[in-house]
Design a binder for this molecule. Structure first.
Ligand SMILES: Nc1ncnc2c1ncn2[C@@H]1O[C@H](COP(=O)(O)OP(=O)(O)OP(=O)(O)O)[C@@H](O)[C@H]1O
Length: 689
């Protein structure tokens, strides 16, 4: 079928958009969306683009505004600046937590309008489009109101070319007519308008109708001429006729030739070579700050979450379990008599009725264990198996006397006395942590109580000691618990996790909601968006890092042996790694779900490999040799060195941490720069949301 070209010779209007031989397929898709399409929009006219759903109208409009490229063909626009274009996408792609005015103000600001101009234009658009109060939060508006706000945003800067993708869908007939009246007024000022619509009736008011099907325009004519030409009653009938004609032609056409992939063809504007404009950056900064003011959860994420994580960590991790229930079978005395008669005599003296088991249990009770007395071992063990108690301590009859014989008689002690001089223990080790605490406390208490007992008896306490000594530790102290080891890795994680997650969320929400795409049509760039988020996050880090450090080292008194300045510098760079990592995730991923999966997955791996939960030295040897590559492994190692070993900045472990964080920051910066430069995945679409 021969394609119809609009006759511009006698119309008196000059063309403002000329598209010739346009071809378009989406990557990895077989379907041809535009198949050599030709379209001409005249200045000072309304062009209504009609066609069945999925025929490629939105794709064509996206090519005109420079959002996507044609595979072949040409796009000629008689305007040079992006601000000469006004675009209303099919999906609203606006900031739902901002008010109507804030949305209008943001777009007006992006186009360089002054505050006064924006206010005046807003007042006039509110009246023409019958909009509600400008202070309403966008998401609280009805669907129709939201569409009208979107339309107002597209025209706030009085563009020369207006591209509207289904602006009247879902609106009542009166409002639809108001909008058409407004458009008819606009063309009197010489504007050119392309509008897509499914309402054939309203399209009659357009100067030109483009009937699109199968990637081409079946006709491009004034509505009355079109109907007359095909001797039909209305546009609908004309469209059916033309469709049938196209079907017949296609039956006889054998080979559909699609141009070989060449250089993509994109509509270009003056500002397209610049990645930064002060006005656009300020507008994005203004919008991001407004967004944060509305989204308290987001501010909490940046400022409060790291501190909450540090608090919870200190209250939960490494704290010794209390009131652990332990069964006691004491065949030499009862628990109640132990409590009633505190031990006051030497256990080595056979004439005294001293009970070493009482001395031991009294000591262990002060370590916060609760004892339950049992008649015999069998019933006690039954309760251990039923998880009623965590273990059983059994003292045989004559335990104290037998122990005394063992200590005083040495090699002359009888076999029975050796056997009776043992306290027998059964421990439930199914929970390694509780079982290990119990085991450790039982052994430690026995050594200490034996030493104390011997001292009381006037003997050398070392007789009761096991034959080895532990000298003063080189680093740390014997009383230190797990938390002091883990705290350094934890503070690194606190700075990294919240900054990476909040950055990724902020950017990817804009992308997946189509806001980024809509902003890009105005000439705003992803670079400006990333810069704005970076600045906000860096400011957030400057507030949150001192608070987290105060929590960790002042409130909970974790050890900080080295320089606080070195640690703050390391944490600042770690926070920056988080921000850059979050940005990288957001730039590489188009939608929220994939970003969340990637973020959560990587974060879990990093948490497990920082040595926070288990020493890196204990990792599988293959893993041990590769986990150092991950961003946090050497950083956490350096933080541990600063905190518990007082390493200075120049210590190799600390230097290695700083080198690692710097290299990672440079890698992420490069990936971001590369993606922004080559525009890889920088724009998402509301369709992905
Ligand atoms: N990003 C994309 N990737 C792959 N296919 C796409 C993409 N965007 C659109 N398409 C496909 O291209 C075809 C044309 O889509 P388009 O949105 O341009 O149609 P349309 O005419 O605007 O439809 P409607 O009137 O329903 O809005 C559809 O089959 C759609 O599935």
């Amino acid at each position: 079928m021969e394609e119809l070209h609009l006759d511009t010779t006698n119309s008196g209007h000059k063309p403002s958009i000329i598209i010739r031989d346009a071809y378009k397929k989406y990557p990895k898709e077989e379907q041809i969306i535009l198949n050599g399409l030709n379209l001409t929009v005249l200045k000072g006219t309304i062009y209504a683009l009609l066609g069945p759903s999925g025929c490629g109208k939105t794709t064509l409009l996206n090519c005109i505004v420079g959002e996507i490229a044609l595979d072949a063909g040409s796009i000629e626009l008689k305007v040079t600046k992006r601000s000469d274009i006004g675009y209303m996408p099919q999906f609203l792609s606006l900031h739902v937590t901002l008010t109507m005015f804030e949305n209008l103000f943001f777009y007006g600001y992006l186009f360089g309008l002054s505050k006064q101009e924006i206010k005046t234009r807003t007042e006039s658009l509110v009246s023409i489009l019958q909009l509600p109060s400008v202070d309403c939060i966008f998401k609280t508006l009805s669907g129709g109101e939201q569409r009208r706000v979107s339309l107002a945003i597209a025209i706030i800067h009085r563009p020369q070319i207006l591209i509207l993708d289904e602006p009247t869908v879902g609106l009542d007939p009166i409002l639809r007519q108001n909008i058409w009246n407004m458009l008819l007024d606009m063309i009197k000022e010489g504007k050119s308008i392309i509008i897509t619509t499914h309402y054939m009736q309203e399209a009659q008011q357009a100067d030109t109708i483009g009937l699109m099907r199968g990637g081409v325009l079946l006709a491009e004519e004034a509505p009355i001429k079109l109907v007359e030409k095909y001797a039909c009653h209305d546009l609908e009938e004309t469209f059916l006729e033309l469709s049938k004609e196209q079907e017949n032609k296609l039956k006889h056409k054998e080979n559909i030739s699609y141009p070989k992939s060449g250089q993509p063809v994109k509509a270009r504007f003056e500002e397209d070579d610049s990645i930064y404009s002060k006005i656009k950056f300020s507008a994005i900064m203004y919008k991001n700050l407004l967004f944060m003011r509305r989204e308290i959860a987001f501010i909490m994420f940046i400022l409060v979450l790291p501190t909450v994580q540090a608090y919870i960590f200190n209250l939960v991790i490494g704290v010794k379990p209390k009131h652990i229930k332990v069964a006691v079978v004491n065949e030499e005395t009862t628990l109640s008599s132990c409590y009633q008669s505190p031990y006051e005599s030497c256990f080595l003296d056979e004439n005294q009725n001293a009970s070493f088991s009482c001395l031991f249990l009294d000591f262990l009770r002060k370590e916060n264990y609760d004892f339950i007395e049992y008649e015999n071992i069998t019933t006690a063990l039954d309760d251990v198996k039923k998880n009623k108690v965590w273990g059983l301590l059994h003292f045989p009859q004559n335990y104290t006397h037998s122990l005394a014989h063992k200590v005083t008689g040495g090699i002359f002690t009888s076999i029975d006395q050796v056997a009776n001089g043992f306290m027998n223990t059964w421990i439930d080790l199914s929970n390694q942590y509780i079982g290990s605490f119990l085991k450790y406390d039982v052994v430690r208490s026995m050594i200490l109580v034996l030493k104390e007992g011997l001292k009381y008896c006037g003997q050398n306490p070392q007789i009761g000691a096991i034959p080895l000594t532990f000298e003063k530790p080189i680093f740390g102290s014997y009383g230190e618990n797990f938390i002091t080891y883990a705290s350094a890795a934890m503070i690194c994680l606190c700075c990294f996790l919240s900054s990476s997650t909040s950055t990724a969320m902020l950017i990817v929400t804009e992308k997946s909601g189509g806001m980024m795409e809509r902003m890009q049509v105005t000439g705003a760039t992803m670079f400006e968006m990333v810069m704005s988020v970076l600045l906000i996050q860096i400011a957030g880090q400057m507030i949150s890092i001192p608070i987290v450090m105060t929590t960790m080292y002042w409130i909970f008194e974790n050890p900080l042996g080295g320089s606080a300045i070195t640690l703050v510098s390391l944490l600042g760079l770690t926070g920056l790694t988080g921000v850059l990592y979050g940005t990288t995730l957001a730039v590489l991923n188009k939608d929220l779900i994939t970003t969340v999966y990637c973020g959560v997955g990587m974060n879990i791996v990093m948490v497990l490999t920082t040595g926070l939960l288990w020493p890196i030295e204990a990792e599988h040897y293959i893993l041990k040799n590769i986990t150092w590559i991950l961003p946090l492994t050497w950083i956490a190692d350096a933080a541990r060195g600063i905190c518990s070993k007082s390493y200075s900045f120049l210590h190799p472990v600390v230097l290695r941490g700083f080198a690692s964080v710097t290299v990672w920051n440079l890698i992420f910066l490069y990936v971001i720069y590369y993606c922004l430069k080559h525009k890889k995945g920088v724009a998402g679409s509301a369709k992905n949301a």
